[in-house]
Design a protein around this ligand. Structure first.
Ligand code: CUA
Length: 201
């Protein structure tokens, strides 16, 4: 059967597009490091989050390793605790694991301008680890519709020079607390833009 040259060209082009589209969707689903929030970050009683062993008082805590910090954040209607009423403060040159949960409905926890972005699901603790090399300021936004004031749910993350870090981010921090860093994954990057080194668990 004779297929005209242009006909063949269009066929190849159309088939390539289909393969390309399937490829991008597949990459987005499994190749880009995204994950569902599941039980690996721990579970909490949404009605009483801070009573849970897996979720301490919201705030910034020193981790078990030098320069590692654990930040416990409660996303609730319509604020981040800490983050909204007082910024989360962490020192530069640190590795930070965010532990995020919600006592009410599903929220989002996104550090604007980075790939730190997770859902905050009632009853589950989402963990995400990132490195912060440079002092900077970042906005926090909720990107899951959570109610009438969803659009106003925002906060701030301040990365301060290590000398200025007073260890009291979030108001509840206890320097020297022997936080255990569950789900911390190693590795990392050396760019100045913080990049989450683990997918959301
Ligand atoms: Cu919280 Cu939208």
């Amino acid at each position: 059967m004779h297929v005209h040259r242009f006909e063949r060209l269009w066929l190849v082009g159309a088939l390539s597009l289909i393969v390309l589209f399937i490829g991008t969707v597949t990459y987005g689903a499994v190749g880009a490091g995204y994950g569902m929030v599941d039980a690996t970050g721990g579970e909490v009683d949404p009605a009483n989050t801070t009573a849970s062993e897996n979720f301490r008082e919201p705030g910034v805590y020193e981790g078990s390793d030098p320069n590692h910090y654990d930040v416990y954040v409660e996303a609730q209607q319509f604020l981040f605790v800490p983050g909204t009423n007082e910024p989360i403060r962490i020192p530069a040159n640190s590795t930070v694991t965010f532990h995020v949960t919600s006592p009410d409905v599903i929220h989002g926890f996104e550090v604007v301008g980075t790939n730190i972005n997770t859902m905050a699901v009632p009853g589950q603790v989402a963990t995400v680890t990132a490195e912060f090399d440079e002092p900077d300021e970042y906005g926090l936004v909720c990107n899951e519709y959570c109610g009438s004031a969803h659009h106003s749910m925002e906060g701030q993350l301040q990365v301060v020079p290590p000398a200025e870090f007073d260890g009291t981010g979030g108001g509840n921090a206890t320097s020297g607390a022997n936080a255990t860093s569950d789900n911390m994954t190693g590795g990392g990057n050396t760019t100045s833009t913080p990049t989450a080194t683990s997918e959301v668990n």
